[in-house]
Design a protein around this ligand. Sequence first.
Ligand code: NAD
Length: 699
Amino acid sequence: MNHTHYETYQKIAVIRLDNAPVNGLSHAVRKGVVDGIRQAEADSSVYAIVIIGSQSIFSGGADMREFGTGAVIAEPNLRNLIGIVETSTKPVVAAIGGTCMGGGLELALGCHYRVVAPAVQLALPEVKIGLIPGAGGTQRLPRLIGLEAALNMIVSGETVLSDLLIATPLFDEFVEGDLLAGAIAFANKVVAEKRPLKRVRDLKVSHSKPDAFFMFVRNSVGAMSKNLPAPLKCVEAVEASLTQSFDEGMQTEARFFGELCLSSESKALRHLFLSEKNTAKVEGVSPEAKPRTIASVGIIGAGTMGSGIAINFLLAGIPVTLLETKQDALDRGAKQIADYFAERVTKRKMKPEKAQALGALLKPTLSYNDLSQVDLVIEAVFENMDVKKAVFERLDSICKPDAILASNTSTLDLNKIASFTKRPQDVVGAHFFSPANIMKLLEVVRGVKTADDVLLTIMQLAKKIKKAAVVSGVCDGFIGNRMIARYSAEAGKMLEEGATVQQVDKALEKWGMAMGPFRMGDLAGNDIGWSIRKGISQQHPYYKWPSSELLADKLCELGRFGQKTGAGWYSYAKGKREALVDPVVGALVEAHRKEHGFTARKISNEEIVQRCIFALVNEGAKILEEGIAQRASDIDIVYIFGYGFPPYRGGPMLYADHLGLLAVQRAMEGFARNDRVDSDVWVVAPLLASLASAGKTFN
Ligand code: NAD
């Protein structure tokens, strides 16, 4: 199949990009454009050339399917293709509709003229995968829209609407109707008027106070992009468009691009970009399975999670029926939702009419009968199996056939919850993270009986509500919480061995975690883990808890649940979130060490980071080999979007891959020699050991 098409319309040759879904500039497309230019140059009846995608997309840029393969740099590479376009002996017009991004925009900048449809989305988003535009974007865009506007686009990677750039020389003509017809008409005009070949490279860039401007930009970008080399390289490359000749600037850009391609940060960000797309592929699902239609949602429980979950659906324009048992709880939940929309309006993030319309999609109720016709119900009531049982039995008797029944449980056995109904195939876990309207992660828990179409429905719906959905099998804590339990336990053990709460948090935050484990515990509520431990102790009275867990219990026995009680591992001033060191905790830790015979030793920050992060990795490997996670990259996505893992490290599994699994295994074996180890945390996962000995990686 051809991914470009060549046609002539009298004097005008048209090269049409045709590479679904986004007209990615694959090798075949690049070669097709070069062949088209050559053919047009050789044809004496052709006077000008139009390059066009479709009305809805010019090009989304590089073809991601080629990433990691030789095809991405095979000749003609994008730079050389654009050079050939720019040096064409006949005028080349880019006809831009819909979306024009990355390499697609760079190709358009290499054309002599650009005609544009209304409201085209333009972006050079390379910085988001740790790169800079590598095919002239940093040199040509400033020549057309000015230094500052170009720098904003390139450093942020954000999308800009073409309508905002109509006053710049970026566009030569605006086409309201049929884009191809408009572009051909414009090309004929260029020919008739004998307009010259307008090459962007010949334009000059200027700025009234370049030194002060770049000093300011360097300071602010540097401060905002710690640990990420790409944003500052964007600044330097754009600066080269001012201080160097076009050809020198192109060389500078190429050098930075090459360096960044090899950087671990960009590798990590590219891994995440592709991994996020992969999560949607669900293994073992019948090809015949089709997602069900979800036009309305019911939510049970209007507490912290229920209200946040409701906001997601309202924002997507899906009506929500919110159910509670008591009027005051219902009112509280409804108010929380109303406050959210009011705040959006106050902050000018949403028009009042829109907030009003979306808010009106909420129907608070105390009656289960109101759930009889909804397509999906998400339960978010107390984390207690008896309460869940009552709710699911009720739902089973009330909801229409084919309604999907989802639970937001974070710790309970989903298979058991499904067994409370006569339709376990319709039951699935939808584990949102708190705050549910902000956190991007959604763990979709696949019960043993969950039907394929139910799973597909939730995965598709997740996209609609802008979540990164990852499928997890059923186990204690699913993927994320099962791993974090190992990480937090390791942090607790280091307190016993001699570290302080703030040393552990600082070491991990400096390494890149958004929040250290103790600050995270204080935010989530230390009582959650406490109540889980109490539940386990009730079921298994002879279970011997590691002593570090007893320390966490002691903290809770003092009522120090975290931010919500004003004290936890830290203390908090009323209404403030700043974590203050509290001598009470130091004394508690000290007494605990004495009681359990620990002699405090000096623990390095490196040991803190390695023990916490490798505990995640080892548990991740176990989760992978048990088939709880479908792939290592899914685990990485869970950690990036649910637990504040630094994106530039690519997630715990990719991080381990980068270090080398053999090195990780050896470090774990070293930790296992610690005579205070009181759990199986450092029993190396067989999968990790076998990959390490074969010299392979998780990803
Ligand atoms: P919450 O205590 O804030 O809210 C629970 C709500 O459910 C309360 O408003 C309560 O009145 C209502 N409720 C209780 N029984 C009910 C019933 N039979 N019918 C209708 N409503 C009922 O709790 P939460 O933090 O929102 O947690 C809810 C669920 O979400 C739990 O399963 C929890 O494990 C899970 N979860 C919580 C978090 C979190 O960080 N809070 C994160 C992920 C998942």
